[in-house]
Design a protein around this ligand. Sequence first.
Ligand code: SAM
Length: 252
Amino acid sequence: MNHPFRKKWGQNFLVDNNLLKKIVRTINPKSDNSILEIGPGEGALSEKILPIVKEMVGVEIDPLLIEKLKIHDKLKDLIIIKGDVLLYEIDKLPISNPVRVIGNIPYNITTPIIFWLIEQLDYWDDAFLMVQKEVANRLVAQTSTKAYGKLTVVVGAYLDIKSKFIIPPDVFIPKPRVDSAFIHLTKKLKPLIEDKNYITFNKIVSTAFNQRRKMLKNSMKSWDISDQIIQTIDFTRRPETLSIKEFASLIE
Ligand code: SAM
């Protein structure tokens, strides 16, 4: 690889051909798929998926890598978009939707990317992302575990997430300092929270988990929650014992 690695853009490139094949098998691309790849980099994953699918867009922020992608002989049909993916809306990209989203994404923008997906549920079907193992653990955490928290609940109200496999640092160049996990995101048939309550729900869940060790009756004092809900849920409980559905029921 004869280009600089830009830390600020979370660049860790996949170099293990077996792992790339396993990733493709897991994504299981189909001939009628429209694929949006976040951060194609040098195109290691793109070149394996592009020949199978109907159409594919890659959004890449690094101008040097854009130039490499443009001259890549196996990526002539890849629609390359330059810039920060978070500033794009999926339905404005030159590809039909709903898309399937894939990406070995920069770890520093994992949470923004997941919320970016939640904010445009109509325009994608499923997503496969490479994330830090520790973040994957939080996303799939069960109640009453250390990893269960705000991220689990707020994301879990909209999405179902499965961790497909764990990846050690040595299949990347440069090696990240942590293990990674390849995760699959699908949309709940019916989100547990209506769009109009999205911000309130975020705030309620934050309030509860900001004082994780306190009983809800103490941490939630500033919220006007009906006596009936308080009794049904039992506000002597601590936040990590509430299921995602129970959190959703706090919003009337
Ligand atoms: N997909 C390649 C691979 O697997 O080898 C590269 C993965 S690397 C972890 C992340 C890629 O995302 C880099 O190419 C980086 O330049 C790009 N990137 C970083 N921030 C981005 C953003 N906000 N929008 C689009 N691409 C971004």
